[in-house]
Design a protein around this ligand. Structure first.
Ligand code: LRH
Length: 489
């Protein structure tokens, strides 16, 4: 069998990549073609994404693939973070720059929204975890603020949908990314009119929803001219990054959970149907759409953002590397103080080390002073939050989780993998770290008929990438710390 090449565009909140996938004889290899920085742009106190720059970077990636590597990929696919969107006018132009989800305009949006549609009804109609930045609340805030963009908007496209539109001229909403909006019915690729109405937006904004693994169409002639690629198809992959990551969990059998670990920690299970109940509402779990009609029943945990933001602040004085941060925290006293990583004060505090200190002070704990103590507090708290969340999943499903697969860049942190295994008391299987790009590539391969199911995709992944298992070691320190941690909720 010959080599089959696919190009994945994988965009995160802090960086983006063009990754080449080479599929041959049931094995996948990866090569990074292009990497670039992504960041929110602050203009007059509001935060935006520079979507046009991202588009240019994707084209640079495709161009490098064709001209520097001499490879014409069979197709391209795009995955990005969730919830953010652009509004498109009748003329096919964007109505303003897309807001970034950490923008503060939604700080009070949920409470105001629940006065129109009560919280319980909103949850039962959508099955989605309440986060102030969900598209539903972003659009509601725009209505409240009388944003003129809404008056000229004809279509609502999520970030990967917008980029697919720039590449192909086709305006569709891909299911997994649309499911992060809190505008769909639970577990179904259907808009929920009640939610549009309560937000005060026109349901006509929603486009046709396509399933992951759909060939959208060929890339436009202008893309071919700019990059030197041929008339290749653009595939709507599982275009929410977490959905792509879940596709590439190298799991077999049942009773496993995944933790997609990056800026966010997404901890959950793959469920054949949505789990929407008073219990899941109380625990504030989400039911996002997955490949092949599955539901991603999971919890969005604030994740590595906390430590990434500390590093950003520390770097302003003197650049640090990750190894140094891990070593300092490993040497620091364990469980000296703990934070709830999901406290809203950590969403975008500006100065994260100060926010961590102030949480500890506010909750009557010793205040971490050194970088090592702050980092240790974050890592301990994350491992404990994973334990807490796994317990919640077990309560809802009535099943014991026997293994946790950690995928994504966070799986590189061996210390945290060790902490997590010890905290949760079951084995942690770490890898692959390139899960989102792999899921993206393999859904392209599926769209082109080279693999036929997610199960087959996972066979290819097990065949292609090494994983590392961390067995739990019993440590009474974790149980004791967990007791203190649970008191925060
Ligand atoms: C992770 C992620 C996550 C949330 C957040 C906004 O990158 O997609 O699943 O939706 O970004």
């Amino acid at each position: 069998m010959s080599k089959n090449y696919f190009l994945a565009f994988d965009l995160g909140a802090s960086s983006g990549r063009a990754m080449l996938g080479i599929l041959e004889n049931g094995r996948l290899e990866l090569a990074e073609v292009h990497r670039f920085k992504n960041q929110m742009t602050r203009i007059h106190g509001s935060y935006y994404w520079n979507i046009f720059n991202l588009f240019e970077e994707l084209k640079t990636g495709l161009k490098k693939c064709v001209s520097e590597l001499g490879i014409q990929p069979l197709s391209v696919g795009i995955d990005t973070w969730g919830v953010d969107y652009a509004l498109v006018t009748a003329g096919g132009r964007l109505a303003g720059l897309p807001f970034a989800y950490r923008d503060h305009r939604t700080d009070q949006a949920m409470e105001q929204f629940f006065r129109i549609l009560p919280q319980k009804e909103t949850y039962l109609s959508s099955g989605i975890q309440f986060m102030q930045f969900n598209t539903l609340f972003q659009l509601f805030s725009s209505v409240k603020q009388n944003d003129p963009e809404l008056k000229v908007a004809e279509k609502l496209l999520f970030t990967p949908d917008v980029l697919n539109f720039f590449f192909t001229g086709i305006t569709k909403n891909e299911y997994t990314i649309a499911s992060t909006s809190q505008l769909l019915k639970p577990g179904r690729p259907e808009w929920e009119p009640k939610l549009f109405e309560a937000a005060g937006i026109d349901q006509k904004l929603g486009e046709e929803i396509v399933q992951p693994g759909t060939v959208l169409g060929e890339v436009l002639t202008e893309i071919q001219e700019d990059t030197g690629c041929g008339a290749i198809p653009c595939v709507a992959v599982a275009s929410h990054d977490t959905a792509s990551a879940v596709v590439s969990v190298p799991a077999e059998g049942e009773n496993w959970a995944y933790l997609s670990s990056g800026t966010w920690s997404l901890l959950g299970i793959e469920s054949p149907e949505p789990l929407v109940s008073e219990k899941s509402l109380e625990m504030n779990f989400t039911n996002e759409g997955g490949a092949e009609g599955t539901t991603r029943f999971l919890k969005n945990i604030m994740g590595m953002w906390l430590i990434q933001e500390c590093k950003r602040i520390w770097d302003q004085k003197k650049e640090m590397d990750w190894q140094e941060i891990v070593e300092l925290s490993n040497a620091a006293e364990p469980f000296k103080c703990l934070v709830n990583p999901d406290d809203p004060m950590f969403l975008n505090p500006g100065d994260m080390p100060e926010a961590i200190k102030s949480f500890c002070k506010k909750t009557g704990q010793p205040v971490p002073e050194t970088k090592g103590e702050i980092a240790r507090c974050i890592y301990d708290s994350l491992a404990l939050k994973y334990k807490y969340t796994l317990g919640q999943i077990e309560t809802v499903t009535g099943k014991k989780i026997e293994k946790l697969h950690i995928i994504g860049g966070g799986a590189n942190n061996e210390m945290l993998n060790r902490f997590t295994a010890n905290a949760i008391g079951i084995p942690v299987v770490a890898g692959p770290t390139e899960a989102t790009a792999i899921g993206n590539i393999m859904m392209q391969a599926k769209a082109l008929g080279m693999v036929h199911s997610v199960q087959e995709i996972r066979d290819v992944i097990r065949n292609s990438f090494d994983v590392k298992t961390f067995e739990p070691h019993s440590d009474p320190g974790w149980e004791k710390a967990f007791g203190a941690f649970c008191k925060m909720f």
